[in-house]
Design a protein around this ligand. Structure first.
Ligand code: GLC
Length: 551
């Protein structure tokens, strides 16, 4: 296997710092990216066959969603062996080939690590259940019924119903913040901590460059298992996520001890220059920032944006507050495999594409390590399902939620059978995408979203100040406008429905990238820019650049 050796102090962009400083990542939802075997399920060899495309697009790192052995109750986020590849996704040799080919193209590889819970089929849980007095029991969270019977406390599962399931044989309940088939580990147990250190080492030995940490905010639970305060009523038939949000998660999530675990992980990963990127769902920016302080996680996703429809004022307020709480610690993302795609959330069609690109343009100039989700670069709306549900959230809560299937339909490569995803029927039954929504169709059309995203990535690479220089916000009169300067770069994100004009505070600006045509700089000073509705412009004052659509 080829190991990627890299200059310690040089990032992906050739700039000083760890590799992820200035890098842009790309989430590959492995099940739906590319299938080489024809069984309808994406696999590692399929990913390898598309690495050239990712390199052409201009991303620096690829995050692979779980491809480990799993009974698949939560599509791979229920892991039954952390150090292996599921036969359905390929082999360890396929993984090694993927890593070595990615490295050959200058792409980093990150894997998903799922530490909050295992699969019900993991041997640790099987042994814990079989032998209540045995050494594995305490790897999980067990509790006696409440005094009057029933679950030990009022915690809910994200996926509906109580977070506790009764083990008839022992009379105790096990805890699961997700499905009953995803039992939560007990992170107060030192053996659990040691096991995960070894799992991280194992993947780093295979050449991985970092980890996306699933449910990083969930690991440690209140030692007394106290009830969560309820803040809104829960009614029958409610969307399970709304039911979950009806409680303040004071005792089941975001416990202060979580950060200790990531300090320990950082000691394992930092010497090997592997990045730790957390899925952190903490309620306040200062809580989020605690996870990305020196010596803990390197970055945390900005997940709040993925929950929003088109609400520019709220979005920009959150962005400013979150940025200022952790200027280099946030991975700015607009979508992932758990949320409806932004084009759909933002109004669909050309409107949705325009708004998504405007927000992404801002996100790519905020510092941190932004990620695109597969298909985002094509301006894809959610896929249309032909029949039934696949996501366990929808299956368990029929009618109460749309679930996550729409963002998980196959990546449309071309207009051949199944959009070039697989020779066999895809695991998820969705309508084909039209040619203008495919990679091949868009590569042939210079005006397609794909080229705009590629240009944007190139501009970021060409101008390291987009992520490196200290950021100052420029006052804007409308809360739906964000404007900033960082070194030789200025950015105006006009998310309002009217043209806006912003004074940049110094002369000599040139437009480097605009998400839509129609931006104008005044003349001759070039110190004020006029930006059309729902458009973001990136300006530089270090020399003229090609800027399509900018007068
Ligand atoms: C994370 C994953 C999601 C999964 C859940 C439970 O939120 O992104 O897909 O269902 O964790 O592992």
């Amino acid at each position: 296997m080829t190991t990627y050796t890299t200059e310690t102090q040089t990032g992906s962009t050739g700039q000083p710092g760890p590799w992820w400083r200035g890098a842009v990542g790309y989430e590959v939802y492995v099940r739906s990216f590319a299938d080489s075997s024809g069984d309808g399920l994406g696999d590692l060899a399929g990913v390898t066959s598309r690495l050239e495309y990712l390199s052409w697009l201009g991303v620096d790192a690829v995050w692979l969603t779980p491809f480990y052995p799993s009974p698949g109750h939560d599509h791979g986020y229920d892991v039954s062996d952390y150090c292996a590849v599921s036969r359905r996704h390929g082999t360890l040799e396929d993984f090694d080939t993927l890593v070595s080919e990615a490295h050959g193209l200058g792409l980093r590889v990150m894997v998903d690590i799922v530490p909050n819970h295992t699969s019900i089929e993991h041997q640790w849980f099987a042994s814990a259940r079989r032998d209540p007095g045995g050494p594995d029991r305490d790897r999980f969270l067990w509790a006696d019924p409440a005094p009057g019977g029933g679950p030990p406390n009022n915690w809910l599962s994200h996926f509906g119903g109580p977070a506790w399931t009764l083990d008839e044989a022992s009379g105790q309940y096990w805890c699961h913040l997700f499905l009953p088939e995803q039992p939560d580990l007990n992170w107060r147990n030192p053996r659990v901590r040691d096991d995960f250190d070894a799992i991280l080492e194992w993947w780093m030995d295979r050449g991985v460059d970092g980890f996306r940490v699933d449910v990083a905010h969930g690991l440690v639970k209140d030692v007394q298992l106290r009830d969560n305060p309820q803040i809104a009523p829960v009614v029958a038939g409610m969307d399970p996520f709304d039911a979950f949000d009806s409680f303040e998660h004071r005792h089941d999530m975001d416990q202060s001890e979580n950060v200790e675990i990531f300090r320990r992980w950082s000691q394992v990963c930092a010497p090997r220059r592997a990045m730790l990127l957390g899925e952190v769902n903490a309620p306040w920016p200062d809580r989020m920032a605690r996870y990305v302080q020196a010596g803990a996680l390197d970055q945390a996703f900005f997940l709040q944006s993925a929950f929003l429809g088109w609400d520019p004022e709220t979005l920009l307020t959150m962005v400013r507050v979150m940025h200022d709480a952790a200027p280099h610690g946030i991975s700015w993302v607009l979508s992932n495999h758990d949320r409806s795609r932004p084009v759909t959330r933002f109004g669909g069609g050309d409107v949705g594409v325009r708004r998504s690109l405007a927000v992404s343009t801002l996100f790519l100039t905020l510092g941190g390590t932004p990620f695109l989700y597969q298909g985002e670069e094509l301006g894809l709306p959610d896929g249309a399902l032909r029949a039934g549900f696949h996501d366990p959230v929808s299956v368990r809560n029929a009618g109460a939620t749309h679930g996550r299937d729409g963002c998980r339909t196959p990546m449309p490569w071309d207009s051949s059978t199944h959009n070039g995803f697989s020779a066999g029927a895809p695991w998820i039954d969705a309508e084909s995408r039209p040619p203008e929504q495919t990679v091949a169709g868009q590569r042939a059309d210079p005006g397609a979203p794909l080229h705009r995203y590629r240009d944007l990535l190139a501009v970021r690479r060409r101008h390291p100040d987009t992520w490196r220089a200290p950021l100052e916000w420029i006052e804007a009169s409308d809360p739906r406008v964000a404007a900033l300067r960082r070194g030789t770069i200025a950015v105006v994100a006009n998310l309002s429905e009217r043209t806006t004009s912003v004074r940049l505070g110094s002369p000599g600006w040139q437009a480097a990238f605009a998400s839509q045509p129609g931006c104008r700089l005044d003349s001759p000073a070039n110190d004020t820019v006029s930006v059309p509705a729902e458009t973001t412009v990136v300006l530089s004052n270090d020399g003229p650049l090609a800027a399509p659509g900018v007068a």
